[in-house]
Design a protein around this ligand. Structure first.
Ligand code: SF4
Length: 343
C-alpha cells in the first residue's frame, strides 16, 4: 500500500488544484486520492479548502441527547442499544423547557448549531414527535441552526420538521454498503439512503458521514466516501467519527484509530466535497491539540462542543476555547451558508 501511495503522488499534485464540484467520482479516482502520500494529501486538501471556505472559521455545534437509550436497533458501536449491557440508563424524551434551557446555554457558550438526538429507530407520529417539533421551533427562534437526528423518517415527517424550522437532519451512513451488515442487522443500507432522499426533498440540509475504526477495510472507507460524494447533491455536513469503544458493546475491544487515518478521511472528504462542512466528531476527546490542528489543516471545519457527545465524552468548552485561541480560529456564524446562497 505504501508503494502504491508513493506512485500516486505526482499525478494528483498536478491534477487537483482547481477541482470542480463533482458528483460523478469513480471509485478508482477516490482510491487514488485516498492513497496519496499523507503530507501531499493534506496539502491538496488544504488548497481546496482555501478555495471554497474561510479556513479561519470552525462551526461549533452542540449535540444533546433528548431521548437516551432503550433503542431497539443493534448498531454494534452504540451504547444506547437496549440489547447491550452498558452504563447508559434509558431515559424518556426530555421536557421541551429543559431542552430549550440547554439550547440557550449552548448559545451563550458560543455554539451556533444545536443538534438534538433521540435513540429511536424511526420517528413515530405521536406526542413525542409533537414535542420534538416544539423543541425545533423554540431553538430556531433563538437564532441557532437546529439539527436533529431521530432515525428514519418519511417525507411528511420531514416536511413537518422543515415547517417547524429544522435547518439540518443528521443520518449517518456509518460505513460502506458492504460492511453494513457487520455493524447493523436491524435495517438496510437502502433504508439510510431513502431517509436521506426524504430529507433532501423537504429542503432540509443533509448531514451524513460515518465512523471509522469498526473493523472495516480501507476499501470500505473509500466506498463510503464514494456513496456520499456521488449523492445527487453532496451533504452540507459530513461528520467523520473515530469509534469510541464502549464497554458492553460488540465493538468494545476495537483498537484506537490513529490520527493519520482520521486525517486521510477528512482530507479525502474535503477534496471530494469541497463545500461541505467536514465535522471532526466523535473521538476528538482522545486527540491532542496538535492532532486536531492537523485535522483542521486537512479541511475539517466543524466540531461538536460540550463535554458529552450523546453519551460518550468530548472535550470541554474551556479546552476548546484555549485551542481556538492558540490556533487563531473563530466560530462560524449561524446561517452563513443560507446567506451565501442568497447572495
Ligand atoms: S445508533 Fe441510533 S439507531 Fe443505532 S442503536 Fe444507537 S440510538 Fe439506536
Amino acid at each position: 500500500m505504501q508503494f502504491q501511495r508513493h506512485l500516486h503522488a505526482e499525478g494528483y499534485s498536478l491534477g487537483l488544484l482547481n477541482i470542480m464540484i463533482r458528483n460523478d467520482w469513480t471509485l478508482s479516482e477516490i482510491e487514488q486520492i485516498f492513497n496519496t502520500p499523507v503530507l501531499e494529501l493534506i496539502y491538496q486538501a488544504a488548497t481546496i479548502h482555501r478555495q471554497y471556505n474561510d479556513t479561519g472559521e470552525v462551526q461549533v455545534c452542540t449535540l444533546l441527547s433528548v431521548k437516551t437509550g432503550g433503542c431497539p436497533e443493534d448498531c454494534a458501536y452504540c451504547p444506547q442499544a437496549a440489547r447491550y449491557h452498558t452504563n447508559v440508563k434509558a431515559q424518556k424524551l426530555l421536557a421541551v423547557d429543559e431542552v430549550l434551557k440547554n439550547a440557550l446555554e449552548a448559545k451563550e457558550s458560543g455554539s451556533t448549531r444545536f443538534c438534538m438526538g433521540a435513540a429511536w429507530r424511526e420517528i413515530r407520529d405521536n406526542r413525542d414527535f409533537d414535542n420534538v417539533l416544539e423543541m425545533v421551533k423554540g431553538v430556531n427562534e433563538m437564532g441557532m441552526e437546529v439539527c436533529a437526528t431521530l432515525g428514519m423518517l418519511t417525507t411528511e415527517q420531514a416536511e413537518k420538521l422543515k415547517t417547524a424550522g429544522l435547518y439540518a437532519y443528521n443520518h449517518n451512513l456509518d460505513t460502506s454498503a458492504d460492511h453494513y451488515d457487520q455493524i447493523i442487522t436491524t435495517r438496510k443500507y437502502s433504508d439510510r439512503i431513502d431517509t436521506l432522499e426524504n430529507v433532501r426533498k423537504s429542503g432540509i440540509s443533509v448531514c451524513s458521514g460515518g465512523i471509522i475504526g469498526m473493523g472495516e477495510t480501507e476499501d470500505d472507507r473509500i466506498a463510503m466516501l464514494h456513496t456520499l460524494a456521488t449523492l445527487p447533491q453532496h451533504p452540507e455536513s459530513v461528520p467523520v467519527n473515530a469509534l469510541v469503544p464502549v464497554e458492553g458493546t460488540p465493538l468494545e475491544n476495537q483498537e484506537k484509530v490513529s490520527v493519520w487515518e482520521m486525517v486521510r478521511m477528512i482530507a479525502t472528504a474535503r477534496i471530494l466535497m469541497p463545500k461541505a462542512m467536514v465535522r471532526l466528531s466523535a473521538g476528538r476527546v482522545r486527540m491532542t491539540t496538535e492532532e486536531q490542528a492537523l485535522c483542521f489543516l486537512a479541511g475539517a471545519n466543524s466540531i461538536f462542543a460540550g463535554d458529552k457527545l450523546l453519551t460518550t465524552p468530548n472535550p470541554g468548552a474551556i479546552e476548546d476555547k484555549a485551542m481556538f485561541q492558540l490556533l487563531g480560529l473563530k466560530p462560524r456564524k449561524s446561517f452563513k451558508s443560507k446567506v451565501l446562497e442568497l447572495a
